[in-house]
Design a binder for this molecule. Structure first.
Ligand SMILES: [Zn+2]
Length: 75
């Protein structure tokens, strides 16, 4: 089993935090971008995840982060 390492979600800048809290997918609601509350960030085997509670139904939602923060320059 891979070890789960905690990371500090609140160390991210405010804009980034807002984005992650907004862009979610909830398996319970079967809908995206409902938002999450109580975010917790952690890392498993080099992959970074943000886990929180769906703002609508309260079920656990998990967002897997793609790569690092700087790789989003697609224009
Ligand atoms: Zn939900």
């Amino acid at each position: 089993m891979s070890e789960r390492k905690s990371r500090d979600f609140f160390a991210r800048d405010e804009e980034t935090q807002k984005e992650f809290l907004h862009y979610t997918w909830c398996n319970q609601c079967m809908a995206s971008d409902l938002g999450m509350t109580h975010p917790v960030e952690y890392e498993i085997a080099g992959d970074v995840f943000i886990e929180g509670a769906c703002a609508v139904c309260g079920d656990t939602v998990t967002t897997e982060l793609q790569d690092d923060d700087e790789s989003s320059d697609e224009q």
